[in-house]
Write a protein that binds this ligand. Structure first.
Ligand SMILES: Nc1ncnc2c1ncn2[C@@H]1O[C@H](COP(=O)(O)OP(=O)(O)OP(=O)(O)O)[C@@H](O)[C@H]1O
Ligand SMILES: [Mg+2]
Length: 246
């Protein structure tokens, strides 16, 4: 088993003066000893996106408008844990794929997990379930399979468990909202999630290729579209796909 490389740690910019062994010990709690466990695994963050931070994620260089939002939001994540500042929701959108939306959404989710961990170390209040990443497409596919297979199957259990985690996490990314057409059954559950988070005052970071003003048409439900817009800033990502650029 290869050991986790602490230069990839989401704590790296918080612990500049720490010696490598100390940084590694703390990082393992978040990344797992192999890099495939810990708090980031619990938060369901895709493996390829676990090392991004809002300080140095590559898309920030070519997204100056998004970078302004990210810099401010990063500061507010810190204030959330010190002053109780209430974070707003964000809606990352671009017509083109591959512009860095999921990368930056994960960078902010990683930052929330990192600052939550540091808050705990410093004896401040923190969350047992700070963050969760939900791929809306995959979640719908799990639901469809579960419904097809009938009562009590593993897909339905997974679907319900993901709903609970996404509802209870303090910060949640809902990735690829409205990218595929919603079935009536699934739409009700998506509504339960988004409405539940709104009522609990919990912020959500959405990514989508549909602009907020066109969301009603894509979701087919004005009450659902309205709840997404609650306390939410739309952030446009520009340019063409950078997928494959390293
Ligand atoms: N401006 C950029 N500079 C360098 N790499 C980038 C840039 N934008 C995106 N990338 C890289 O391209 C890949 C795809 O990015 P990402 O998954 O964040 O795109 P996306 O906007 O979510 O795409 P989609 O709409 O298809 O979901 C990642 O490896 C990411 O690091
Ligand atoms: Mg994406």
């Amino acid at each position: 088993m290869t050991q986790f490389d602490a230069t990839q740690s989401i704590l790296r910019h918080h612990a500049k003066s720490a010696d490598p062994a100390t940084l590694w010990q703390h990082s393992v709690i978040l990344h797992g000893a192999s890099g495939r466990g810990g708090a980031l695994e619990s938060a369901n963050i895709p493996h390829d996106y676990r090392h991004y931070t809002p300080v140095d994620a590559p898309p920030l260089d070519s997204q100056p408008k998004a970078k302004q939002f990210v810099d401010r939001y990063t500061q507010l994540i810190g204030e959330h844990f010190t002053t109780g500042h209430r974070l707003k929701s964000l809606y990352f959108v671009s017509a083109s794929p591959g512009t860095g939306k999921t990368t930056i959404a994960c960078a902010l989710l990683n930052e929330f997990i990192a600052v939550n961990y540091v808050a705990g170390l410093q004896g401040h209040d923190n969350y047992r379930n700070p963050a969760y990443f939900l791929d809306a497409n995959e979640w719908q596919a799990t639901y469809n399979l579960g419904v097809t297979l009938g009562d009590g199957n593993a897909y339905l259990r997974k679907f319900t468990s993901q709903l609970e985690k996404a509802l209870t996490a303090q910060l949640c990314v809902i990735d690829d909202l409205a990218v595929s057409a919603l079935t009536d059954g699934f739409r009700r559950h998506l509504h339960t999630l988004i409405n539940g988070r709104m009522l609990a005052g919990k912020p959500t970071i959405y990514t989508s290729n549909v602009a907020l003003r066109e969301l009603l048409l894509s979701l087919g439900d004005d009450r659902l579209a309205d709840r997404v817009k609650d306390m939410c800033a739309e952030v446009a990502f520009v340019g063409g796909s950078k997928r494959g650029v390293r």
